[in-house]
Design a protein around this ligand. Structure first.
Ligand code: FAD
Length: 386
């Protein structure tokens, strides 16, 4: 049981981590009030299809909606948390309203990092449903797109635009995806992208946006690239501004312990968080599965405090791009060649395993059907218990 009377839980945030925390509080028998404060006006939705089916127009935005919460949970759209006063357990909304709580779950996620100074137009990002809709409208009337950033998001946007028949250029400081997938697998994906006509430009010193009044391209130092549409996919920043004067531990995100606890009355989950496991520096895991597992853990910790189980690490995520359905368990060591367990990488359908110091550390399926539990075992991670 909670170490303090828990009658009123407030959840700041309105996406998968927040919704999961709310559902799990109820599933574990919590009968008090639950209020979700969500900045956006839309009902809770998933971001995963925004760069894929929603952007391509194959999926309507309503298909991104998360399952509706029960009527015994109050969802307040358009309610932006602006400050937190932990000492008297109150969230202060942007309009000044004070919302009291016994237990608070912080799940305010992250926002897209931008390159342009505020007020400049023409730099698209893909973080919210409105972003995806606005970009979808623009690319519908365009012939070319320039994507700044060759991480998962940038490559997914590039893939969708290539599928729609646009001329696509991806520009990045580094070779695309290498930091995330290692050189061997990144090259496999980049080859698939090139086969679909995507052009890659490396700008080791970074890029500056150009165009007036609207942004129309980038300056790479040695050349300028222009396109009808410019999309930045240069990372995301945890939404912690509203916590700046709260006294909560911030270190590139809100610091949580392995049980997702921040203070005895406050837990946090999802993209807003950073963890410090095994004495390592603060690390983020901005993926869907982490947000779900942390949402579950945060609910358990609010209810059971120190007696809540510590969830095992479960680094699992996926991406879909250039006709490749890629599922990843574990951390792919840089510069290492994987063992091919099944299929044929040349056919872009394969099951791969990486080792480090003789032990398996990661497994990846590329267009290869395998139960996720089995993939996680190959990646040396036991499936999380929920
Ligand atoms: C386009 C896109 C595609 C993705 N695809 C994949 C994928 O294929 N696979 C994968 O594993 N992961 C993917 N991800 C990552 C995954 O979607 C995120 O990890 C997940 O959304 C994190 O959920 P969250 O609830 O922590 O945060 P968020 O989804 O960022 O939600 C935060 C919520 O908090 C609200 N909020 C923010 N500030 C405040 C405030 N001050 N007051 C009140 N409410 C606030 C926001 O409006 C939002 O509702 C993708 C992400 C994006 C953007």
């Amino acid at each position: 049981m909670s170490a303090f009377p828990l009658r009123q839980v407030v959840i700041a945030g309105g996406s998968i981590a927040a919704v999961t925390a709310a559902q799990n509080l109820r599933a574990q028998g919590f009968e008090g009030d639950i209020t979700l404060l969500s900045e956006e006006i839309h009902a809770p939705y998933s971001r995963v299809p925004l760069s894929k089916g929603v952007l391509s127009g194959k999926e309507t935005p309503d298909l991104a909606a998360l399952p509706a919460l029960g009527e015994d949970i109050t969802v307040r759209p358009g309610a932006r948390a602006a400050h937190l006063r932990p000492e008297d357990r109150r969230v202060i909304l942007a309009d000044g309203e004070e919302v009291p709580y016994d237990g608070l779950a912080i799940a305010t996620g992250a926002h897209a990092r931008r390159l342009a100074i505020p007020g400049r137009t023409g730099e698209h990002v893909v973080r919210t449903l409105d972003d995806a809709t606005a970009l979808g409208d623009r690319i519908g009337a365009a012939d070319s797109v320039l994507v700044v950033g060759g991480g998962f998001l940038g490559m997914e946007v590039a893939s969708t635009c290539a599928e729609l028949g646009l001329t696509v250029t991806v520009v990045d400081r580094d070779p695309p995806l290498r930091r995330l997938l290692g050189a061997w697998l990144a090259d496999l994906v980049v080859d698939a992208a090139r086969d679909r006509g995507v052009r890659f430009v490396q700008a080791p010193n970074g890029v500056g946006l150009v165009g007036h009044p609207e942004i129309t391209g980038v300056d790479c130092g040695d050349r300028q690239l222009n396109a009808d549409v410019v999309v930045s996919a240069v990372g995301d920043l945890p939404n912690t501004e509203w916590l700046a004067d709260s006294g909560l531990p911030l270190d590139g995100g809100l610091v949580v312990d392995p049980r997702c606890r921040v203070t005895p009355h406050i837990v946090a989950a999802g993209d807003v968080t950073v963890t410090r496991r095994n004495g390592a520096g603060a690390r983020r895991s901005p993926h869907w599965t982490s947000a779900v597992l942390q949402g579950q853990a945060a609910a358990r910790t609010l209810l059971h405090g120190e007696t809540a189980p510590v969830p095992p690490p479960d680094p699992y995520y996926w991406t879909e791009q250039f006709g490749l359905d890629i599922k990843i368990s574990g951390e792919i060591p840089a510069g290492t060649v994987p063992t091919v367990l099944a299929g044929d990488p040349r056919q872009r359908s394969t099951l791969l395993q990486w080792h480090h110091q003789g032990r398996p550390v990661a497994a990846v399926s590329v267009n290869h059907r395998i139960p996720i539990v089995k993939l996680k075992k190959l990646g040396a991670h036991a499936p999380a218990t929920t």
